[in-house]
Write a new protein. Structure first.
Length: 323
């Protein structure tokens, strides 16, 4: 690895995506500083790294300034699941605004390159489909999702303003629904909910009629997209990183039931307010500028994720149908 980019700060490093990034860079021999306040992350995700001399863990909340010397900042700190980010909506806004200002201040002082983990949520309940980066979005500024959606939008604004005003070296990635090992059992997002429910033969909770769509990216594909964007010269983004394979939530439920061999039924719960109807990334920019596209089909990624949750739940074999 190039010595000039050897010191990597990963905020939100004990979370689902952040912990995979920590693994990636420790394996590359980089010096990794993982910063997390453990709101939705867990020490279990990074426990195996704690004795590695290339890895350093700092319990810290990014709404407060941080003084460390680094070359690259992957800024992921922010709860991503709707139940987590709505738990304390004001704190979610603070994390996105004050946290991003603090990390941009750090990047400016150290002349580090900084990448923001933004979200497909900046497109809101999109009226353009699939969503290209040029689409400005359709976001409710005063709803229960706004703390996150508008939080990410203002975080993107801050990134661009630091870039224009201070020449800060920035990268903006809009991440679409990503799943895989190390999602928390109680994360609340759809893939982990369905797998955990299916493995326990409990009803799968489909919100609404399940006709709403999402596009699911496997975690290792996402990590390679983030790293490719960080090391791309002369392109700030924003760039969409996601898997354009689009599935209805009902299709996902049926796939999970089939792959786990579960006896679970499907229950319909109320659709949350402002739940986007369709979501699918246009990844032509990532393909052209980064030479990146996802490699993992949904079934393959689901199988790996099912194995992970079987281990976490202490189930050695999946609950097969008896009849
Ligand atoms: P996650 O909730 O598992 O991880 C977020 C991490 O940030 C957690 O470890 C949490 O404890 C930490 N954190 C939260 N607030 C913090 C604060 N104020 N100070 C320090 N640490 C804090 O979620 P994830 O899926 O790993 O998402 C990581 C990032 O990627 C988030 O910024 C999220 O918005 C973005 N993203 C993820 C997805 C996805 O599908 N996974 C999609 C779009 C965007
Ligand atoms: N969803 C669902 N059952 C669940 C959790 C989520 O039907 O147990 C739906 C949710 O309403 C949304 C989709 O699945 O339409 C994706 O939800 P998630 O919270 O994973 O992500 P986001 O809404 O942020 O895309």
């Amino acid at each position: 690895m190039d010595r000039k980019m050897n010191r990597i700060l990963i905020t939100g490093g004990a979370g689902f995506l952040g912990s995979h990034l920590c693994d990636y860079f420790v394996n590359k021999g980089a010096d990794v500083i993982c910063v997390d306040n453990f709101f939705s992350g867990s020490k279990d995700n990074i426990r195996h790294l704690l004795t590695d001399h290339h890895f350093e863990l700092i319990r810290h909340d990014v709404i407060h300034p941080l003084f460390v010397e680094v070359d690259r900042v992957y800024h992921l700190a922010c709860p991503a699941s709707p139940i987590h980010y709505q738990h304390n909506a004001i704190k979610t806004v603070k994390t996105n605004v004050m946290g991003t200002i603090n990390m941009l201040g750090l990047a400016k002082r150290t002349e580090a390159r900084i990448l923001l983990a933004s979200s497909s949520e900046v497109y809101g309940d999109a009226q353009v489909h699939p969503q290209p980066e040029t689409y400005w979005g359709h976001v409710n500024p005063i709803g229960p999702r706004s703390c996150y959606d508008e939080g990410k939008r203002v975080a993107e604004t801050l990134m661009m303003d630091y870039h224009r005003q201070n020449k800060t070296d920035i990268k903006i990635v809009r991440i679409f629904n990503t799943y895989g090992p190390r999602m928390a059992v109680d994360d609340g997002r759809v893939v982990s909910n369905f797998i955990v429910q299916a493995l326990q033969n409990k009803p799968l909770t489909v919100y609404g009629d399940g006709s709403q769509t999402r596009s699911f990216c496997y975690v290792t594909d996402l990590i390679s997209g983030l790293v490719a964007m960080m090391e791309q010269e002369d392109f700030t983004g924003p760039v969409n990183i996601g898997n354009p394979g689009e599935f209805s939530i009902m299709e996902l439920a049926q796939k999970v039931i089939a792959l786990t061999g579960s006896t679970s039924e499907i229950n319909h719960n109320p659709l949350p307010q402002d739940d986007p109807v369709h979501r699918c990334p246009d990844i032509s920019s990532a393909q052209k500028k980064l030479g990146w596209k996802p490699q993992t089909p949904l079934e393959e990624g689901l199988k790996k994720t099912i194995v992970y949750f079987q281990e976490v739940l202490g189930l050695t074999t999946s609950p097969k149908r008896t009849s």
